[in-house]
Design a protein around this ligand. Structure first.
Ligand SMILES: CC(C)(COP(=O)(O)OP(=O)(O)OC[C@H]1O[C@@H](n2cnc3c(N)ncnc32)[C@H](O)[C@@H]1OP(=O)(O)O)[C@@H](O)C(=O)NCCC(=O)NCCS
Length: 297
């Protein structure tokens, strides 16, 4: 491999990084999502592989919300014959992480080979799957009347929405709350971002806020919506709150002239979580599957 070398990520690598992702996964990757993650990569821990001056591989490392928590992601090598190079990139990222006295090391990859095995051979064990579910609009969602009322949430609901979101995430997303730094950080973000017309939709039963959904129009580009999910308080699940929120979300996305909507949601290792089931039943379809793993010492 005398004509290949590995170096740190540096400014100006963004376009090449995205191209490597696109070619390696043959269009399976959703590049707008990778793009918004690029500024979070730690340059000293993220690496580029070059062959004869062309970028052929890459890997990224980010910090999670607690001291010493790291995630290794975006491992990709364009040419399948360069499996050895992928291993070297992973080793480089791990060497960086291990110099930081890590408390928790996670891996995040497309659930395709050889990447899953590369992580496993490096001592990682699967934790959970993440599925990317997408909707292409227009979608005609069945009109169904139930007791659940939905409407956009304004600033007045910011504190209540923060509580409902944190409780609505549990227990499926406890791990994510921790990765974000804890429930206070998550709640503070809600309080800052619930404002008029910003895609926060509340579900009410007898006037009480029992669930919400988060639509972020144009987040991935014009007409490309990000969906941050539908949530029902644990005591109010299985009563149509989720379906009502999906109906309202799809309606709102259509009103805002969105062409597509994507969510990255949880699937356990051997079954789908209720959120993924709700989305499939709301005419979303699984576009790609990812695997999250944890490094065991
Ligand atoms: C996902 C969630 C919002 C669903 O809300 P809900 O109010 O329970 O959903 P509904 O009662 O409207 O049910 C919607 C559909 O999903 C199905 N469904 C919901 N929960 C299910 C479960 N645990 N197992 C199987 N199917 C389920 C229902 O059968 C229903 O289908 P149907 O209309 O054909 O009967 C709720 O389970 C939740 O808050 N989960 C935790 C938060 C979460 O993970 N959200 C997704 C984040 S990306």
């Amino acid at each position: 491999m005398s004509d290949t070398h590995i170096r740190n990520l540096r400014p100006g690598d963004e376009a090449g990084f995205l191209e490597v992702q696109s070619e390696t996964f043959r269009g399976l990757e959703y590049l707008p999502r990778v793009r918004i993650g690029l500024p979070g990569l730690i340059p000293e821990g993220s690496f580029i592989a070059e062959k004869n001056g062309t970028m052929v591989g890459c890997i990224g490392v980010i910090k999670l919300g607690h001291e010493g928590w790291f995630e290794i992601r975006n491992l990709a090598v364009r040419d399948p014959d360069l499996g050895g190079l992928a291993r070297e990139l992973l080793t480089s990222a791990l060497e960086y992480v291990y110099m930081q006295n890590p408390q928790y090391v996670k891996g995040y990859t497309h659930a395709v080979q050889p990447y899953v095995d590369l992580y496993k051979h490096a001592g990682f064990e699967p934790l959970r799957r993440i599925v990317r579910i997408g909707w292409d609009f227009p979608i005609t969602y069945p009109v169904e009347q139930n007791m659940v009322e939905t409407r956009g949430l304004t600033k007045d609901f910011a504190d209540e929405a923060a509580d409902v979101w944190v409780e609505g995430l549990r227990p499926f997303w406890d791990w994510w709350i921790e990765e974000e730094g804890g429930s206070k950080e998550v709640a503070d973000w809600v309080k800052e971002s619930v404002t008029k017309d910003q895609g926060w939709i509340g579900a009410f039963l007898s006037g009480k806020l029992v669930g919400l959904s988060i639509l972020r129009p144009d987040s991935y580009g014009l007409g490309e919506a990000r969906f941050n999910g539908a949530y029902a308080l644990p005591g109010f699940r299985g009563r149509g709150v989720g379906s009502a929120l999906m109906r309202a979300t799809i309606q709102e996305a259509t009103r805002l002239k969105q062409k597509r909507m994507k969510i990255y949601t949880l699937a356990c290792l051997d079954h789908l979580a209720p959120g993924a089931i709700l989305y499939l039943k709301s005419q979303g379809r699984i576009e790609a599957e990812y695997l999250q793993l944890q490094k065991k010492n």
